[in-house]
Design a protein around this ligand. Structure first.
Ligand code: CTP
Length: 401
């Protein structure tokens, strides 16, 4: 990755996550980017202009009316000279200003006066993030073409837990690099299944599994970053779907199967979903009650195997590249090879999900890419990095149109 010759205008708004922007500057510059910081009045409550300018090696712009010398660098010129504007942290307030087109200070004026692409990394309290006003603003900004990284879920500085934590500097850096990177999948449509499925026992109970949806979301984001239109078919996952993907929410394996079939044809399909193999044969129409006598006995029936069904479609309907995931707790490669043959897909990404591996619900994975010809063991890396490797491989396999 190199960002050599790229000029990033970094707007630092007022949030506790502003301290991470100092590291972001360091990481952007380490990749060769020039960074010009813009600090809002609220941002200056969290980081000092001196630390920003020391790290950026440049003057910090901090208020519209400081720009007395229009000849030096007017606000229009300031925003237009950049290749990308990054807003990190993007607070609820600056998102509202951006969505409304307000120009009340230097940062919001720059954002309104520019036609340079804008990327934001939201950071705020979980209630503020979940508030309908912020979600409305987010949808507006995405529709306006603003790129969005994060936010992540986790413990927050305010003591609460939830979504709203700013993406890590390395994630923002990866998104910036992807923005400037090649788009070999432009014009391609790729389907990704993700998350667990839920199989009803009765209207209030279900059978499911521990899949967080993290790997699927990462694969979809990586494919999107390479320019693909991503049809993202997801069960009820913990990790939110990636911005920019076309999201289709489903519950059961049968719903997922039907949705996938309805979306064909596509150029390629990746099946990361942890689909329940069985469902209760006849889910009760009403909530099952304790009788005090016998325990209930559930009779199961097999769910459709979506990966196998798509892999075995006639050539004209079959995606050119079908990728399955194999979650195994033992004999990883042997099981993956058998699965590749049985299902008829082109590649299997074999993943060790034994409890000691920490893959399920964890942030890392180690993939073994199994094809008819060979097995390639990839490094132990983040699910995002693995997803980028897979997306690059897929782009190479699909080749030029
Ligand atoms: N898969 C699917 N539909 C199913 C079951 C699995 O599309 N009904 C897909 C998964 O998304 C994954 C791959 O098949 O890409 C392998 O799933 P896995 O659960 O590991 O394999 P199983 O088919 O369940 O085989 P086994 O029970 O032997 O592990």
């Amino acid at each position: 990755m190199t960002l050599s010759g790229k000029h990033i205008l970094l707007i630092v708004a007022g949030g506790i996550a502003a301290y991470k922007s100092l590291d972001l500057i360091r990481q952007l510059r380490a990749q060769g980017a020039d960074v010009t910081p813009v600090l809002t009045r609220a941002g200056a409550q969290f980081v000092t202009p001196l630390s920003l300018s020391a790290l950026a090696g440049r003057k910090v712009y901090s208020d519209l009316f400081d720009l007395t010398d229009e000849a030096e660098m007017g606000h229009i010129q300031l925003s237009r000279s950049a290749d990308l504007i990054v807003v990190a942290p993007a607070t609820a307030n600056i998102m509202a200003q951006m969505a409304q087109g307000a120009a009340s200070d230097l940062a919001s004026t720059l954002l309104l006066a520019t036609d340079t692409p804008v990327m934001m990394a939201p950071a705020m309290n979980v209630r503020m993030w979940d508030h309908p006003a912020t979600q409305r603003n987010l949808q507006q900004l995405l529709a306006d073409g603003v790129l969005c990284v994060g936010p992540n879920s986790g413990d927050m500085a305010c003591g609460e837990y939830g979504s709203g934590r700013m993406a890590e500097p390395a994630e923002i850096l990866a998104a910036v690099a992807a923005h400037f990177g090649p788009k070999p999948l432009l014009g391609r449509r790729v389907l990704v299944t993700s998350g667990p499925t839920r199989e009803a026992i009765d209207p209030v109970r279900y059978i499911s599994n521990h899949s967080s949806g993290a790997q699927g979301a990462a694969v979809a984001a990586a494919l999107r970053d390479l320019g693909a239109v991503v049809e993202f078919v997801t069960g009820p996952a913990d990790v939110p779907p990636p911005h920019g993907a076309v999201v289709h929410k489903v519950q059961s394996a049968q719903d997922m199967h039907d949705q996938v079939m309805a979306l064909l044809p596509v150029d390629a399909a990746v099946f990361t979903a942890a689909v329940a193999d069985w469902r209760v044969k006849s889910a009760a129409a009403q909530k099952m009650k304790k009788t005090g006598k016998e325990l209930p006995v559930l009779e199961f029936t097999e769910n459709p195997d979506i990966l196998a069904a798509v892999s075995q479609l006639p050539v004209r309907q079959r995606p050119r590249l079908v990728v399955g995931f194999a979650a195994e707790t033992e004999n990883l490669i042997d099981h993956a090879r058998a699965k590749l043959r049985k299902k008829g897909c082109d590649w299997i990404c074999a993943n060790d999900v034994s409890p000691q591996s920490g893959t399920f619900g964890g942030s890392d994975s180690q993939i073994h890419l199994v094809t008819a010809q060979e097995v390639e063991t990839w490094p132990h890396q983040s699910k995002q990095a693995a997803a980028r490797m897979l997306a690059a491989r897929m782009a190479a396999a699909l080749g030029d149109r």
